[in-house]
Design a protein around this ligand. Structure first.
Ligand code: PLP
Length: 405
């Protein structure tokens, strides 16, 4: 007689995007003449850049030729890609990371969900609130959390670090000491960042407490301000306390192509001296057979001169949208943040409306769809996320409608 992993049964349904979908469909059916604009999506819309597509085509052809055909990829990723990552994402920023500290994967979602496996179930996690839901949910599935309180939206045995207007959307060091600290900057959903000095405090804290930081930098490519760190390893001492997660999804449009990587420095060890790098290598080798060759080849092309230029232009396109949204909302009197180092704009709902009330209001009055902040955690209540991933034309139209309300 089998039994299920009943930790899964503790998870409340993930209603956010399905509820949004249902509401939008119902509205559209009742109002077929209305043109709805979606600024709720966290997915990119620009096609893969020409330099990436060219390399992808070439790599596909290589797979059809005896001499260049590739079978299983190396467990940890092809060396050509890992060295491009080291050179461009780390060495170019004055950070010394070795090739065997980089683990190529099919994206940051899997890595952010799977990384908790190498830690004991006794560990206590700390998360920003609001945040990307994968960190908490994957720990619930593993059995590292207590129970969910539907009235507060909080799990027991999880340390929440509220990120609200009052603290500039930056988490404060928690009173209770965590073992695993999830940080995500630039942040989804708030679009907030922290400075290198602020991040250094977290690194010092983690080293002092012998905690590990899991640093999700999936939106690193959107950073525009000079005092915002591009990698946690810019901070002194980060190699003894931090794992970094990165993705090709938002910098190069790989959401459907799938590529990411995790960095685990060899110096990173538990208090009793166990190194994490070989544990993750073991996990990768046992449970993962590598990102496809053609995708890793396309990933290398992201770092070519043409690839950098073309993906840079795509990011600039999205950030032009972000600026239009930010400035437009500000001029309409909204309290707005984000949108400068991230493709997300976070606004405070007006007149004390709840996140969902504002969702309905925008859908009905402006035919614009966004994402209720409360869907990312209880401290997101009273906030709303708009994304810069639409087309410029639709973004302008949507914001002009909001301004006219
Ligand atoms: N991390 C954060 C903070 C995200 O917002 C997302 C996607 O929206 C991901 C990771 C997922 O990245 P990937 O497409 O590489 O799985």
């Amino acid at each position: 007689m089998f039994k299920v992993n009943d930790n899964y049964l503790k998870l409340p349904g993930s209603y956010l995007f399905s509820t949004i979908g249902k509401k939008v469909r119902a509205y559209q059916e009742a109002n077929p003449d209305k043109e709805i604009i979606r600024l709720g999506i966290g997915d990119v819309t620009q096609p893969l850049a020409p330099a990436i597509i060219d390399r992808l085509h070439e790599a596909v052809s290589e797979m059809g030729v005896q001499e260049t055909f590739k079978g299983y990829a190396p467990d940890l990723g092809y060396e050509f890609l890992r060295s491009a990552i080291v050179k461009n994402d780390y060495n170019a920023r004055g950070v010394d990371i070795a090739i065997d500290e980089v683990f190529v994967s099919d994206g940051a979602k899997c890595d952010s969900g799977n990384i908790q496996e190498i830690f004991s179930l006794d560990n206590k996690i700390a998360v920003c609130d609001p945040v990307y839901p994968v960190y908490v949910d994957s720990n619930v599935m593993a059995g590292r959390t207590g129970t969910y309180d539907a009235t507060t939206g909080l799990w027991s045995d999880v340390i929440y670090m509220p990120c609200k207007e009052e603290n500039g959307f930056a988490p404060e060091l928690p009173e209770e000491t965590p073992d695993i600290i999830y940080l995500c900057f630039p942040n989804n959903p708030t679009g907030a960042t922290i400075t290198k000095d602020q991040l250094q405090k977290w690194v010092d804290y983690a080293n002092e407490k012998h905690a590990v930081i899991i640093y999700d930098a999936a939106y690193e490519a959107y950073i525009s301000e000079p005092d915002v760190p591009h990698t946690i390893y810019e901070c002194d001492g980060a190699k003894t306390c931090a794992i970094e997660l990165r993705s090709f999804s938002k910098n190069a449009g790989f959401t459907g192509t799938r590529l990411g990587f995790t960095v685990i420095p060899k110096e990173l060890k538990s208090a009793d001296g166990v190194a994490l790098n070989p544990l993750w290598a073991r996990r990768h080798g046992t449970k993962y057979n590598g990102a496809p060759y053609i995708v890793q080849a396309a990933g290398e092309a992201v770092y070519s001169e043409a690839g950098k230029k073309q993906t840079g232009e795509q990011i600039a396109y999205y950030m032009k949208n972000a600026k239009y949204i930010f400035d437009g909302l500000k001029s309409a009197g909204y309290s707005v943040s984000g949108g400068v180092n991230a493709p997300y704009i976070w606004l405070k709902t007006p007149d004390g409306m709840s996140s969902w009330e504002f969702f309905d209001y925008l859908l009905e009055k402006a035919n614009v769809v966004g994402t209720p902040g409360s869907g990312f955690g209880p401290s997101g209540e009273g906030y709303f996320r708009l994304t810069a991933f639409g087309t410029y034309e639709n973004t302008v139209k949507a914001i002009d409608r909001l301004k006219a309300l």
